[in-house]
Design a protein around this ligand. Structure first.
Ligand code: PNS
Length: 165
């Protein structure tokens, strides 16, 4: 059985992430989305909220599972019995950063390989940070996230729209 993990912050999950998830779920028998619980960052959504949103948006993909993790990505891969890490690449700037992480991960654990999927051009500009930025100013994010996630993001900014305080 070919198993892979797809790690990330997913704060929140975007249509770009979903595109990568759908494609990776066809390449592997089982795909485990690893939501990073990073105490060094202050995410907009709690770990439970991010896991719930991912479960909601992947509910029609039977071979996709969502878990949270702390610590090293390669350790999480091992715990899951996976020997591949999936990452999406939007631009050359992503590549420089991702190549370094992939190489580092392979030095830490040579049994874990990274598989890069080039992001659908439709979403090449998209990031969780830009979704939050647009929403923080009261902008329309319906082209960037699913309706469920859109509602969850708007709930976070309700009554706190920048420039309208
Ligand atoms: O969605 P993101 O924030 O770009 O995801 C980054 C992530 C979670 C893949 C990366 O930060 C990560 O792997 N963190 C876990 C800690 C780790 O393994 N570090 C070693 C590589 S830098």
């Amino acid at each position: 059985m070919k198993k892979a993990i797809y790690p990330g912050s997913f704060d929140p999950v975007t249509l770009g992430h979903i595109d990568v998830i759908e494609r990776a779920s066809k390449l592997f028998d089982h795909l485990i989305i690893g939501v990073l619980n990073n105490s060094a960052k202050t995410p907009l959504f709690s770990i439970e909220e991010r896991v719930k949103m991912l479960q909601e948006v992947t509910k029609d993909l039977p071979n996709v599972e969502v878990k949270s993790f702390g610590g090293l990505t390669v350790d999480f891969a091992k715990q899951c019995g996976a020997n591949a890490v999936v990452r999406g690449l939007r631009a050359i700037t992503d590549f420089e950063y991702e190549l370094q992480i992939a190489q580092l991960n392979r030095v830490i654990d040579h049994e874990v390989d990274t598989v890069f999927l080039t992001t659908n051009l439709k979403y090449a500009y998209l990031s969780s940070s830009s979704v939050k930025e647009v929403a923080a100013y009261g902008g329309d994010i319906s082209q960037f996230v699913t309706p469920y996630v859109e509602e969850e993001v708007h709930k976070k900014y309700k009554g706190k729209i920048k420039g309208k305080e």
